[in-house]
Design a protein around this ligand. Sequence first.
Ligand code: AMP
Length: 197
Amino acid sequence: MKYLCVYCGSNAGNDPRYGETAVALGKRIAAEGMGLVYGGGNVGLMGIVADAVLEAGGEVIGVIPEHLVKFEVAHKGLTRLEVVSSMHERKARMFDLAQGFIALPGGFGTLDEMFEMLTWRQLGLGDRPCAFLDVADFYAPLMQMIDRMVETRFLHPDQRRDLWHGDDIDALFAWMRDYAPAKADKWMDEKRRQDIR
Ligand code: AMP
């Protein structure tokens, strides 16, 4: 793996542990000899993780849509900042560049990006590892929701198993190294729609 993509809040949250974990993850990415791909911002956890990788001597590629550059929230000190024309293009570019995806705590943007990767993966578009690196149980309610999707048969249990969730960075990197994608089908129902009606 050469590049890891990190999705995370453009705010830093209300607990210093969010930022501390962003720093620890950034340092670890550089120590592994990998580069960071991220949204290119200099704000919140995004700026924190990028700075941590750069300070540890790692490479950072930011992919930012033009309209956000105008808000002057782009990071000016990256190894490379790619300016793209839309949010859609950004997601596709980040997907092309990275071999694994990690979500730190964040808001709508973080979940949107991570769920798009999970959605593409379950439809057979890419088989790269996706992990939620948790801090202070931030993602516990989301994991409950995902378990509910499995219980209610909207999500294949193998897709749930294929997603890593935890707060241990060593365990995360070990899992990523040995990652073998699930071969689960997206669709579980034998019944066709007209049978159900
Ligand atoms: P959120 O979790 O809602 O704060 O959104 C974070 C995600 O949205 C990041 O991973 C970025 O891709 C994108 N994003 C939000 N704000 C910015 C910003 N100021 N600069 C660059 N990307 C941003």
